[in-house]
Design a protein around this ligand. Structure first.
Ligand SMILES: Cc1cc2nc3c(=O)[nH]c(=O)nc-3n(C[C@H](O)[C@H](O)[C@H](O)COP(=O)(O)O)c2cc1C
Length: 501
């Protein structure tokens, strides 16, 4: 019997080692990537942060932290998706001594990982920490399976904090092993009152949908009340939630062509009438006036949402240009900066905007005058999905293919020239279809056009220096266009662009 058992064990060990070897072959094939991933991960260790998404609205009641350890990126990818789906903060457990490829060689019993796994008292040191762990009540805990168990660094992590009354949801990635006893074996490292849910193993081929389904199946308590989805217009608060986590008013004032004096008067009228969104640009030459008007106002700064833009002539010194805009406007931060239109060095300029977000100088970033082809080329080259794309949109130039495409990317669309633009406003406002609809609702043509935009999910920033018009342009919520009226306006499209961008 003993002999039989020993034969069976040997066969099992051979099977295990051949499965590991086949993985090693896979890994060897991608060793460059694996190695560079390892390097990149440790380079990020300095500023790898949790709490970076604290402004992102979560539809879950709990404060969620996605804590994970990953040497070659597989677990990190799952952690990203969990954080995206739950709105949780991310914390990567970074070893004080990064694991090299040799350290991870599981075919060598003397490799660092193998030695640690064989020693139940091994506690590899962690180089970073979570300062505010007590704020989290749900922890997703991710790790790769190492010889059927969680790497010992997970033990270090669990013993470093008090997880009393915290819900812990383990997840792991592996070549072929299931989660097995790896999670249960961690329970004893935490307070008895930690609430461990059943864990889940994902393969390296897992897709985002698998993660979504799993998280939905956990039935974590959702927040009560009105939680907005990204891109959804809330007609009560008159705001939209951006993918950056910030809310932005859905109508405001465009300041193109407003001189300094007009700017001051117009912004005063806007703010007095309850408008809170102001659009300017370096190219308009009135950033200073806009900033001054904001600073002069009694409205608290945080209630106002100001957008400015970098012009292509600034792209080659974008970081400096952002600082100059802040200085010209006299503001501590700018709510949103867009690239004014595509041009040489736009990717680098956008990367400078990303850095400005990291530095807290800018809250959200986006693009102006980018269409489908331009977006397809641009987006893979940047890290932060734009929160907004601002394009020419009016009933004679509707962009009916572009708008849904941009929205499908989780990007909010904003229309400039909503009333047709200079030289074209009169024709548009006197369009028979529009005047008839306006009469039936007892509103102006401008209000009909702006409301049509809002019902299509397009944010509007009509330009005006007339306080009366500014007030009227904000008064868009006392009536609603019927489906048939929306269709009648949709039918006016002539694909007629009124500016060159
Ligand atoms: C030391 C070591 C031991 C491993 N042991 C197993 C194992 O027992 N079963 C298995 O299916 N995969 C095993 N693997 C493969 C990893 O679990 C798998 O590649 C994992 O997805 C890597 O995650 P990461 O990219 O986040 O580091 C092992 C890998 C290493 C480095």
């Amino acid at each position: 019997m003993k002999q039989l058992l020993s034969i069976l064990m040997s066969v099992f060990m051979i099977m295990l080692s051949s499965s590991c070897s086949s993985e090693l072959t896979d890994e060897a094939a991608v060793s460059d990537t694996a190695e560079s991933n390892t390097t990149i991960r440790s380079e990020y260790s300095e500023d790898t942060s949790y709490g970076t998404s604290d402004t992102v609205s979560s539809s879950y009641e709990s404060n969620i932290l996605v804590a994970y350890f990953s040497c070659t990126g597989t677990t990190a990818q799952i952690a990203d998706w969990i954080a995206d789906k739950t709105g949780g903060d991310k914390y990567e457990i970074i070893p004080e001594t990064p694991y090299t490829e040799d350290d991870l060689n599981y075919n060598n019993s003397a490799s660092r990982a193998n030695k640690e796994q064989a020693d139940s008292s091994a506690r590899p040191a962690i180089s970073n920490s979570v300062d505010n762990m007590e704020q989290y009540d749900v922890i997703f805990l991710g790790y790769p399976i190492w010889h059927g168990q969680a790497p010992r660094i997970i033990s270090t992590f669990l013993e470093s904090y008090d997880f009393s009354d915290v819900t812990i949801i383990p997840f792991c990635t592996s070549h072929s092993s299931d989660i097995g006893s790896s999670a249960e074996n961690l329970h004893s490292l935490c307070s008895d009152t930690a609430n461990w849910l059943e864990g889940k193993r994902f393969s390296g081929n897992a897709a985002e949908d698998d993660i979504t389904q799993w998280i939905d199946s956990l039935e974590l308590p959702k927040s009560e009340g009105n939680v907005m989805d990204v891109g959804e217009f809330n007609f009560e608060t008159k705001t939209v939630l951006l993918n950056s986590g910030y809310e932005m008013p859905i109508m405001g004032l465009g300041t193109y062509s407003l001189t300094d004096e007009e700017c001051a008067v117009s912004i005063e009228a806007l703010l007095e009438a309850g408008g809170r969104l102001i659009d300017t640009a370096y190219m308009y030459g009135n950033e200073a006036a806009v900033g001054q008007a904001i600073r002069n106002s009694d409205v608290p700064r945080e209630e106002i949402f100001v957008i400015t833009k970098l012009y292509p002539t600034q792209f080659d010194h974008a970081a400096e240009a952002i600082d100059e805009a802040l200085e010209r406007m006299g503001l501590d931060y700018i709510d949103m900066i867009l690239l004014h239109h595509p041009g040489d060095g736009d990717v680098e300029a956008y990367l400078a905007l990303e850095q400005a977000v990291a530095d807290g100088k800018v809250h959200s970033i986006g693009l102006s005058n980018w269409y489908i082809e331009e977006l397809d080329e641009f987006l893979p080259q940047v890290n932060i999905t734009p929160a907004l794309v601002q394009n020419e949109i009016h009933p004679y130039y509707q962009e009916n293919d572009v708008i849904p495409y941009i929205q499908s990317l989780g990007i909010v669309v904003q229309g400039w020239y909503p009333l047709g633009g200079r030289g074209h406003t009169s024709e548009l406002l006197n369009d028979e279809t529009i005047t008839a609809i306006a009469e039936s609702h007892n509103v102006s043509s401008a209000q009909v056009i702006l409301r049509w935009n809002l019902q299509k999910g397009v944010v509007v920033i009509p330009g005006s220096s007339d306080p009366e018009h500014i007030r009227e342009n904000l008064d868009l919520f006392g009536f609603e266009l019927t489906d048939s009226e929306m269709n009648d306006i949709n039918a006016l499209d002539r694909n007629e662009k009124h500016d060159w961008y």
